[in-house]
Design a protein around this ligand. Structure first.
Ligand code: HEC
Ligand code: HEC
Ligand code: HEC
Ligand code: HEC
Ligand code: HEC
Ligand code: HEC
Ligand code: HEC
Length: 690
């Protein structure tokens, strides 16, 4: 490039075009801190409706160095299609893990170019059950773990084996331990995906179906949609970014402290995330206010703040005096200051997200500390003895940001981002009293948001603590009051939350009462209407359906399941419930149609096989019925329904010994079941078996 003159021409051209292209006039040249304060219009072109995501390969064309370096980071490698290069795992012929609770073994292996996970059960030396699934995607760069995902027709589920790289061992994935092994059925929903990848193409009306899945977190997750930036640069419209903000793309480094945090907190604040009504996990874009889209709650414990979960770096950092104090003094309004966070403490103070922590030397981190903690400076300096510091080459972060285990993920340790005086051993691990949840990214969550926070916390994290639901009810009462004082006549989100609380408390008649007060038809007509994942109307319909079903109100149950399915047609669990409800009403043909639809969508949906088989059985098509039950049991050897169904068809076709074998299996696996021993006795009495 010819220096100076050409730059000048670019800047002039940029000025002119930005003046005409953008509606925000002179903002192409003023620092963001000023413009955000002064104007009400959003200066970022990437936030316009016309802006599109273009993908990392487009950014690579002009920013190849950043691209190369970024691909070596954990974020660059966070998600990909399976391959030998992508996998960080060690494969040994005899690698087997055993889950005692489910009595199942797992073995990972390569079969040619297919990476497989085999699940099996032994009885003595015999293999009595075997299921093998191919891995399609790996989630986790391998800096800490590799977890595995498989796809059937776009429906993504997590697999029951994870490789823990720090210890070099295989084990069950986090959350699958101690009797919670969901095998191949844990859905990979948008919440997961939107933290670990570039935005996928998601099938609306599903929970976990995708028509396209990307290859890892990409540039636009932190820089926002880039189509306008690319178009402008391609036509030569330039901005001197050393002097001004280029509003065609977000540079997080030029955002204010809060907005910059929001970019990283979108993913590095893993807690209990509550979407604002009508918002989805796709909606937040860098430069926007995160709390407009979601409120993230974390638990708070009395006397103890040593426990932390892995992806809570932002919450931990925000607890540090370094953060709190420096934010008070940071001058983010200084005119002409392109980097409003300069004197504050944000992630970018220590991290360049294009460069992995693996190659960032510790001197980079320590320089960040000493920039603020200088001997003559206004902040205190280290009060530890010189000798102790010298012994570790005065590595500040080694003592003040120690590696520790996280409570959510076993075998994994991360660095505690709560910067403080090193903790005494006895403080760590002391028994903590849970005192509530607090919103990390939102100073004033509404009463309803709080209520939903408590419900979600109970449902997803701590179902042992029913007091959480009482807290939810307390805040619901508050929001009711606000509702009455305000203009809203009826708030459907309060209604939905109330239904959810009652559902979790298993107070089904309460749900029926609440619905009935309004009238079923009125509720269906006026409330449960909003499509799209995230708003929960489909779930409310489903919960009301469940309540009616439990109360034996079959037709009402069917009506509400139908609504759930109408709002989320690719939520196969809802479909399955509808199918059962139809069968209950003896509407066999419609019911069969529903199960056929499920199996066309996901041929690994075991329960739909069992239910479809039941209809064949009623139609006296025993061969098809038996085939269906076998399929169900080949997917899930412990499905009680399918086993009982199989016994029925075997008896009907006079295969008594085979029926006996299945009955014995039921008795062994489900000692509390009363039907199986009774039937066995009856068959003996009738001399059908010995
Ligand atoms: C056709 C070339 C081209 C492409 C493609 C391109 N950029 Fe740029 N980008 C530039 C140039 C040149 C600059 C510096 C001058 C400017 O901003 O006008 C720049 C500047 C930037 C800046 C700094 C802005 C600032 O205010 O500091 C960011 C961030 C950025 N690009 C991100 C991206 C991302 C993300 C993509 C992919 C979506 C991308 N770029 C695609 C050419 C390109
Ligand atoms: C709010 C965003 C968020 C959600 C939701 C989330 N994660 Fe994570 N997860 C993270 C972040 C951030 C890290 C990295 C933390 C670190 O490196 O210290 C992480 C770490 C991981 C790792 C370890 C990666 C590695 O090798 O370092 C795996 C595997 C993982 N998550 C899987 C999942 C799965 C599966 C789900 C959904 C069931 C999920 N996560 C949901 C943000 C999230
Ligand atoms: C995890 C978030 C994140 C991702 C992903 C990311 N960036 Fe950045 N990017 C940042 C931050 C933060 C800054 C500001 C760094 C600073 O000021 O110290 C930045 C700055 C930039 C800049 C301008 C200043 C510079 O460092 O030259 C460009 C250009 C850029 N990024 C391009 C890209 C491209 C291209 C990709 C994808 C290959 C990418 N970024 C991926 C967060 C990210
Ligand atoms: C789209 C979600 C997302 C966003 C936005 C995001 N991160 Fe990450 N980040 C992750 C996940 C997931 C991982 C773990 C990836 C893995 O190892 O599999 C991670 C890992 C990291 C790591 C450790 C990995 C490495 O190689 O260095 C750093 C440091 C990091 N992020 C910093 C940031 C900063 C700073 C920002 C904001 C500018 C940011 N991240 C924004 C999701 C995100
Ligand atoms: C942006 C400036 C800034 C940075 C960067 C920074 N600190 Fe601080 N730190 C402060 C301020 C301000 C305080 C408040 C107390 C004071 O007056 O020193 C503080 C307090 C502390 C305390 C005392 C905390 C307590 O609870 O009493 C420790 C320990 C500390 N910092 C260590 C570090 C270490 C280690 C690093 C680097 C990893 C670091 N700081 C980075 C500004 C910073
Ligand atoms: C005061 C400096 C400092 C700040 C500020 C900081 N980090 Fe870190 N971060 C570190 C250090 C030191 C490590 C450990 C690096 C290593 O592995 O050697 C680290 C590691 C990480 C890792 C890798 C996993 C782990 O814990 O080892 C992630 C992810 C991460 N940081 C995210 C963030 C995010 C997100 C923010 C902002 C909320 C942030 N960091 C702010 C110093 C900092
Ligand atoms: C050998 C471990 C170790 C190293 C290395 C270390 N510190 Fe400390 N630091 C400590 C301990 C222990 C304390 C608390 C001592 C006490 O009880 O007063 C402390 C206290 C502090 C305080 C609080 C001082 C006060 O009066 O409240 C600051 C600030 C601090 N360290 C910053 C740093 C910085 C910056 C570095 C790197 C240049 C560093 N430390 C290196 C162990 C260490």
């Amino acid at each position: 490039m010819k220096p100076r003159l050409r730059n000048l021409i670019f800047i002039l051209a940029a000025l002119i075009i930005i003046l005409t292209v953008s509606h925000c006039g002179n903002k192409g040249q003023t620092p963001v801190s000023d413009s955000v304060k002064a104007g009400t219009t959003d200066p970022w072109m990437g936030h316009r409706d016309t802006a599109r995501y273009v993908g990392i390969n487009t950014c690579k064309q002009c920013h190849s160095q950043i691209y190369e370096s970024f691909l070596k980071t954990g974020m660059g490698q966070s998600f990909d299609t399976v391959s030998r290069e992508k996998s960080a795992a060690k494969f040994e012929k005899h690698t087997v893990i055993y889950d005692k609770e489910s009595n199942l073994y797992y073995h990972p292996f390569w079969d040619g170019n297919s990476y497989c996970i085999r699940e099996f059960r032994l009885s003595g030396k015999d293999t009595v059950f075997l299921r093998t699934e191919k891995v399609n995607y790996i989630i986790g760069s391998g800096q800490h773990t590799n977890s595995h995902i498989f796809s059937t027709n776009g429906y993504l589920h997590q697999m029951p084996m994870t490789f823990y790289t720090q210890k070099g061992t295989w084990d069950l994935p986090p959350g699958f331990e101690n009797g919670s092994n969901t095998r191949f059925s844990r859905k990979i929903g948008l919440e997961c995906m939107s933290c670990h990848n570039a935005y996928p193409e998601f099938v609306e009306g599903s929970e976990n179906k995708y028509s396209k899945v990307m290859h890892g977190i990409d540039c636009e997750r932190c820089h926002g949609p880039g189509s306008i930036h690319v178009a402008l640069k391609q036509t030569g419209v330039m901005v001197d970014t050393s002097k001004a903000v280029d509003y065609s793309i977000v540079n997080p480094g030029k955002l204010t402290v809060d907005r910059q945090f929001d970019v990283c907190m979108r993913c590095h604040l893993q807690g209990n995330a509550i979407l604002k009504p009508g918002k989805t996990f796709f909606d937040f874009k860098p430069g926007m206010v995160l709390s407009d889209f979601m409120t993230v709650f974390m638990p708070r414990y009395q006397g103890g703040d040593n426990e932390f979960i892995m992806a809570s770096h932002a919450a931990r950092l925000k607890m540090s005096k370094c953060f709190i104090q420096s934010l008070k003094t940071a001058d983010s309004s200084a005119s002409g200051n392109l980097r409003p966070y300069k004197d504050g403490l944000t992630c970018v103070t220590c991290h360049n997200p294009h460069v992995s922590v693996k190659v960032t030397g510790k001197e980079v981190f320590n320089r960040a500390c000493t920039n603020c903690h200088q001997p003559e400076g206004k902040n205190k300096t280290c009060s530890a003895t010189a000798a102790s510091r010298k012994a570790v080459e005065d590595n500040c972060v080694g003592c003040h940001m120690p590696r520790s285990g996280s409570i959510d993920i076993p075998h994994v340790s991360v660095h505690d981002h709560y910067i403080r005086k090193p903790q005494k051993k006895e403080d760590v691990g002391a028994v903590k009293k849970f005192i509530g949840i607090y919103a990390v990214n939102d100073n004033h969550p509404s009463a309803l948001t709080r209520a939903r926070g408590y419900v979600n916390y109970y449902e997803k994290f701590n179902p042992q603590n029913p007091a959480l639901l009482d807290s939810a009810l307390y805040y619901l009462k508050q929001s009711d009051r606000q509702e009455k004082e305000g203009y809203a006549v009826f708030n459907q989100d309060i209604f939905a939350c109330r239904i959810q609380v009652l559902f979790l408390k298993r107070e089904f008649s309460g749900i029926a009462k609440l619905t009935y007060e309004k009238g079923n038809a009125w509720v269906l007509e006026n409330i449960l209407k909003r499509k799209g994942s995230g708003n929960g109307d489909a779930w409310t319909a489903y919960r009301i359906g469940e309540a009616y079903s439990k109360l034996g109100k079959k037709e009402a149950a069917r009506e509400f399941y139908s609504r759930a399915v109408k709002l989320e047609p690719f939520n196969l669990d809802f479909e399955n419930k509808l199918g059962i409800a139809l069968l209950d009403l003896n509407r066999k043909e419609e019911s069969a149609g529903v199960f056929d639809f499920i199996l066309k969508e996901d041929e690994k949906y075991a329960s739909a096989f069992s239910n479809r088989g039941r209809i064949y059985f009623y139609d006296r098509n025993f061969a098809e019925a038996e085939r269906c039950f076998k399929k169900a049991l080949a997917l899930d050897p412990d499905m009680l329904d399918a086993m009982k169904n199989e016994v029925d068809v075997l008896n009907e076709t006079k295969q008594y010994e085979a029926a006996k074998t299945t009955l014995l299996k039921i008795i062994k696996r489900f000692p509390a079941d009363k039907d199986a021993p009774m039937l066995l006795e009856k068959m003996k009495a009738l001399n059908l078996i010995k």
